[in-house]
Design a protein. Structure first.
Length: 123
């Protein structure tokens, strides 16, 4: 019914991909730092369950976009190692997708954290 050995191998491959993403992609390390900062801030201000759901969705969206972008870039480089306008456009479009996700994630974080920041400001 289920081949658990294959399932565990798949998780291993995915973990390897995530490690390679963090190890070799500068933007992924920026996302990692941002993730650590946001999660730490969430614990400090005491986010509620629904706020955490929003933060987790935003973080997952950005990380997924970065992984897909990196995969697209590697694939384009494999099949078009020389400069080509279409290859460049494909890479730019994928990078644009990450930027869109990151901007939306920042907006979500602002919506969630702004009310909490008033508790920490001396007014």
């Amino acid at each position: 019914m289920f081949n658990f050995k294959k399932i565990f191998k798949s998780f291993g491959y995915a973990g390897h991909g995530i490690r390679q993403l963090i190890r070799h992609e500068q933007n992924a390390r920026v996302h990692l730092l941002a993730t650590i900062v946001v999660v730490t801030a969430g614990f400090i201000v005491g986010l509620d369950r629904y706020e955490w759901i929003g933060i987790c969705i935003a973080i997952g969206m950005v990380w997924s976009a970065e992984a897909f972008n990196t995969a697209i870039e590697k694939l384009v480089d494999l099949f078009s190692p020389e400069r080509h306008p279409q290859a460049g456009l494909v890479k730019d479009l994928a990078a644009g997708g990450v930027l869109i996700c990151a901007v939306i994630a920042v907006c979500i974080a602002l919506f969630i954290f702004t009310p909490h920041l008033y508790d920490y400001l001396p007014l």
